[in-house]
Design a binder for this molecule. Structure first.
Ligand code: MRU
Length: 349
């Protein structure tokens, strides 16, 4: 992978473990503004308002959040530490419900905490240090997973292909490189000429604002389209494959991703275009047999009616349907690519 394609990580620990530096993704593409999260309002607001977003990045930010907030709590007794840890974990867990990376990362931090706090001689400072190391490990493992996803996924592609993607499953959404976009970056490093079509991704425009931005910055040929133009593009034979990211994968391969993904999968099936999903195994929800039990985040009506417009674009008090994710049935997915390999229907991970 050509590291020169990536100028910075969108989530990094700073201030000697007392702050988390994130790129505020709500300001992109017009401004590249970094902010530092210190207190619990900073963290909960950053995750709920999508300043940091994308399933793996949310998990990493939450793990660091536990570490930073415990360091900043000033707590000195182990008993108090237990109570505060549980409170903060619960607070972060409630920020966004669909991406399972969030709960997987927080549960992993808790397991580590419970294990180390069994040592009666351990100090609060040592616990803080070990929690920080665990969060760092979660980020580093994600970087490693993305590199493996890139290598696995590129075996499904060919130079000069045209790929459609939806939402943003790139460098901005993870620790580094991306999931769905990682093979595109690897292809670029190999001198391949891949063309990307990026769906705008209503209503929060992750495709228009983020995917277009990061791919253009890396010198990758990217064309933007509105979400309702996919059928037209596919019918003209302009798409060789679809690759998206994912927020939660059930044991049978049903996959939640940004709203609109399932309709692209239906269209890909109709036009006989391979539909691939890429994600690390931290996105697998071992507690869900199928996608029917996934909790789908519902977001505010204003995202549909007025956000991004200089004036409101729908009548006042109109009822609005605004789920943030939908579930693509496993039968519609040609392959799910994780760091462990390429899986096909019927899925067994
Ligand atoms: O609401 P968002 O922007 O957090 O939704 C993100 C997505 O749906 C991504 O496709 C998914 O998290 C994969 S990120 C590698």
């Amino acid at each position: 992978m050509d590291e020169a394609l990536f100028e910075y990580d969108s989530v990094s620990i700073c201030n000697n473990g007392l702050g988390l530096k994130i790129l505020d993704q709500t300001k992109l593409p017009n401004e590249e503004v970094f902010i530092i999260l210190h207190n619990e309002d900073d963290f909960t607001d950053a995750i709920t308002s999508l300043k940091v977003r994308g399933a793996p990045a949310i998990g990493i930010a939450a793990a660091y959040g536990l570490s930073v907030l415990m360091c900043n709590s000033g707590i000195k007794s182990i008993n108090d530490y237990h109570n505060e840890f549980a409170r903060i974990k619960n607070l972060l867990l409630k920020t966004r419900p669909t991406a399972v990376n969030l709960s997987n990362a927080l549960n992993r931090m808790e397991d580590r905490f419970l294990k180390i706090s069994k040592d009666k001689n351990i100090t609060v400072e040592q616990i803080n240090q070990k929690l920080r190391e665990e969060a760092e490990l979660i980020k580093n493992e994600d970087i490693g997973s993305n590199l493996e996803i890139a290598k696995n996924a590129i075996s499904l592609l060919k130079p000069s292909m045209s790929i459609l993607t939806h939402c943003n499953a790139g460098h901005l959404a993870v620790s580094r490189y991306g999931t769905a976009l990682a093979p595109i970056y690897l292809a670029k490093s190999k001198g391949w000429n891949i063309k990307v079509y990026s769906c705008e991704t209503r209503p929060l425009l992750q495709g228009a604002r983020l995917t277009s931005f990061e791919l253009m910055r890396a010198g990758i040929d990217v064309t933007l389209l509105c979400d309702n133009m996919v059928s037209s593009l596919m019918s003209e034979g302009k798409i060789d494959a679809v690759i998206t990211g994912c927020d939660r994968i059930a044991r049978n391969g049903d996959t939640a991703n940004k709203i609109g993904t399932s309709s692209i999968a239906v269209l890909a099936s109709y036009y006989k275009i391979p539909f691939y999903v890429a994600g690390p195994s931290t996105t697998i929800d071992n507690d869900s047999l199928t996608g029917d039990s996934f909790v789908i985040e519902q977001r505010s009506p204003e995202e549909v009616t007025e956000m991004w417009y200089s004036e409101r674009m729908a009548p006042k008090n109109i009822s609005v349907y605004n789920p943030a994710f939908d579930v693509t049935k496993s039968q519609l997915i040609s392959a799910i690519i994780t760091e462990k390999g390429i899986f096909r229907y019927p899925y067994k991970f």
